[in-house]
Design a protein around this ligand. Structure first.
Ligand code: MG
Ligand code: MG
Ligand code: MG
Length: 306
């Protein structure tokens, strides 16, 4: 029975490319594995797959009774709804340990680096498996995406070293240019419905018993979002009500200026001041230097909600 490999809901490039890379590695060491996703891939990931000639994984929404590997997450809220009824054979991730549990021993590779594909690069080395050109291209792009071209607070020397190796294998001359091309694709919002933009890179968290959603849009210039900001604000307010959430926050991140404007829909806006020391005005606040949800936003809110 083939094992299924998948990342988190609202798949991003690391989740998709990481699943493909792990399925490829497992298959090469004699354990048949298939990459799947929990939903449609985003435009940035489509650009990457097209560039390196790799097909998008099938969408799958149930894994009960299957053998599975999780990549890029270990939180139940971000996993398949019935993952508790699957056998988790392994986890490859770079987030804080989540709340999945297993009934059997598992293979666990969770490292404090900027991207799942950086961990995967070391796994290929460990198992002495050659990385093909197309898979190397995918892994390179995933690392450039997750680390915001090395600018994110989550980026480590291991991520940069992995990219140096992967760019050589993938035959990429200028990885900074490739990164910017990717972020330009990611920045395009024209004609996209507000809800789709809000959910494009969105995660729900349980913070001290309160349901809190945090989304993020990374763009090369915040002015790109001027025309849609009012709709985005309206939409996160609606999303908060629909899901019985305490708050929904949407980070609009300027990857060149290296800061985020955060749109706020909350039952209690004072949590933002508690978390960041700046008060919300007209439903938003600018957070200078904040680019990483994982390192600079989630921990602050977890403290503020505690
Ligand atoms: Mg991810
Ligand atoms: Mg990731
Ligand atoms: Mg990300």
């Amino acid at each position: 029975m083939a094992a299924y490999v998948f990342g988190h809901k609202n798949p991003d490039s690391d989740t998709v490319c990481g699943a493909i890379a792990l399925a490829n590695l497992k298959t090469k060491i004699g354990e048949e594995a298939v990459a799947v996703t929990q939903g449609e891939i985003n435009p940035e990931t489509a650009f990457i797959l097209e560039k390196f000639g790799v097909a998008a994984p099938e969408v799958m929404t149930s894994v009960a009774g299957k053998d599975v590997y999780l990549v890029d997450h270990s939180d139940l809220a971000q996993s398949m709804d019935d993952v508790a009824d699957a056998e988790i054979k392994g986890i490859v991730d770079h987030h804080k340990l989540g709340d999945v549990t297993t009934s059997q021993p598992l293979e666990c590779w969770i490292w404090p680096v900027g991207c799942t594909c950086t961990v995967l690069k070391s796994m290929y080395n460990y198992f002495n498996v050659e990385i093909t050109k197309d898979i190397a291209g995918l892994m390179l792009c995933a690392i450039l995406s997750d680390t915001v071209i090395f600018k994110s607070a989550t980026c480590t020397d291991a991520d940069k070293a992995a990219c140096e190796d992967l760019k050589a294998i993938a035959g990429v001359d200028d990885m900074m240019e490739l990164g910017m091309d990717m972020f330009k694709v990611k920045s395009a919002v024209d004609g996209t419905p507000a809800r789709e933009l809000v959910l494009r890179d969105y995660k729900d968290f349980d913070m001290n018993g309160k349901k809190v959603g945090i989304g993020q849009l990374e763009v090369v210039d915040l002015s790109i979002l001027d025309g849609v900001k009012a709709d985005l604000a309206k939409d996160i307010a609606a999303l908060k009500e629909e899901g019985g959430r305490h708050s929904v926050f949407l980070l609009l991140t300027d990857i060149i200026k290296e800061g985020s404007e955060m749109l706020v829909a909350s039952d209690d806006e004072s949590v933002v001041e508690k978390a960041f020391g700046s008060a919300v005005k007209d439903g938003k606040v600018y957070l200078d230097g904040v680019m990483s949800r994982k390192k600079q936003v989630v921990p602050n809110f977890e403290k503020a909600f505690a």
